[in-house]
Design a binder for this molecule. Structure first.
Ligand code: FES
Ligand SMILES: [Fe+2]
Length: 331
């Protein structure tokens, strides 16, 4: 099975809770599937975003009671996807085929999450600092990049690129040989500790210090920084694959801190945006956008330990034939 196909079994964000709150109904897409999400009478709905009647996007419509109403001729669909009203046929009958696909949907960490395929032992990935009362969470602006979920995660957890892509902000060429961490699995997470080489922080704003990385497979990374004098910091990021072949992603991210609780979020977010701008040209230049999983297609070396382990896990996820097999892989 291909990775994009296997990703259908996992939960992915489809929009922010704020985006949904703004209008109550949002058209979005996940792995090539057009989805309409709506908040109706306090309940979340996620349906295939195409009216069965004349194929208008349901997201052009509105919430009506506990249903979504199509704007074109007023057909209404409930949370199960069943059409419950055809205004042009007040006496019915409603055809039994009048049902759009409905998806599992939930809200967590300020995001709306959807899983396309039910019945798999997958959960919404954790956000370790979201509900921590001692921590302030600054929410970054989501961004869309022409890459795959797996390339985006690899870049986020790549220790060898700091000296090159982030010279002057996170590291220096003098530290071109990165430490090779021990990588272990903890449940559905890949965990490792990064001890930066003993170089002076090249930028006073940089978080250079012992960092605990938790990669919740397949698409979420939390980095907890233990920086002397800076309190506790978390950089959290999750990647949503937008199209069917997983070559465009929307990334959602937060920057949390246990110090400077009343301070302005601006400088914290702006520094991360600077880091993103440094990564951007290299990610945009990667071809193919997906990781090629054929043996030998890319050359790894000893210092690519994290990537090697991540790819090994993704390969196992692709090979999992049933929920029990996936359950074993995800701990
Ligand atoms: S296209 Fe939706 S009701 Fe006609
Ligand atoms: Fe980077």
């Amino acid at each position: 099975m291909t990775l994009p196909r296997a990703l259908r079994r996992f939960w992915h964000p489809v929009c922010t809770a704020a985006e949904l709150a703004a209008s109550g109904i949002v058209g979005t897409r996940l792995l090539g599937v057009p989805i309409v999400v709506a908040s109706a009478e306090g309940r979340l709905l996620a349906l295939h975003n195409r009216c069965l009647h004349r194929s208008t996007m349901l997201s052009a419509g509105w919430v009506c009671g506990d249903t979504i109403q199509c704007a074109y001729h007023g057909w209404r669909y409930d949370a199960s996807g069943a059409c419950v009203e055809i205004p042009a046929l007040p006496d019915g009958p409603i055809p039994s085929r009048a049902r759009v696909e409905a998806y599992e949907v939930t809200a967590a960490h300020g995001l709306v999450w959807v899983r396309l395929e039910p019945g798999w032992p997958t959960v919404v990935p954790p956000h370790p600092s979201w509900d921590d009362p001692e921590v302030h969470v600054a929410v970054g602006e989501p961004y869309t990049w022409p890459t795959s979920l797996e390339r985006r995660v690899e870049n986020f957890a790549d220790l060898a690129h700091f000296a090159w892509v982030h010279e002057g902000t996170l590291s220096s060429r003098a530290a071109a040989a990165p430490p090779v961490p021990e990588v272990r699995r903890d449940g559905a997470e890949l965990v490792f500790v990064y001890d930066p080489p003993p170089i002076a922080s090249p930028d006073g704003r940089a978080l250079v210090g012992r960092s605990i990385y938790r990669v919740a497979v397949p698409g979420t990374v939390d980095i907890e920084f233990d920086v002397p004098g800076a309190g506790r910091r978390h950089l959290w990021m999750t990647v949503a694959p937008l199209d069917a072949d997983d070559t465009e992603v929307r990334c959602y991210w937060t920057m949390s801190r246990s110090d400077d609780l009343d301070g302005d979020d601006g400088p914290y977010l702006e520094f991360q945006e600077l880091i993103l701008e440094q990564d951007r040209p290299l990610i945009f230049a990667q071809q193919p956008r997906n990781i090629p999983f054929e043996p030998g297609a890319e050359l790894s070396v000893r210092t690519d330990r994290v990537s090697i382990e991540y790819r090994r896990w993704l390969t196992q996820i692709m090979d999992a034939a049933d929920p029990d097999a996936l359950g074993l892989i995800l701990g």
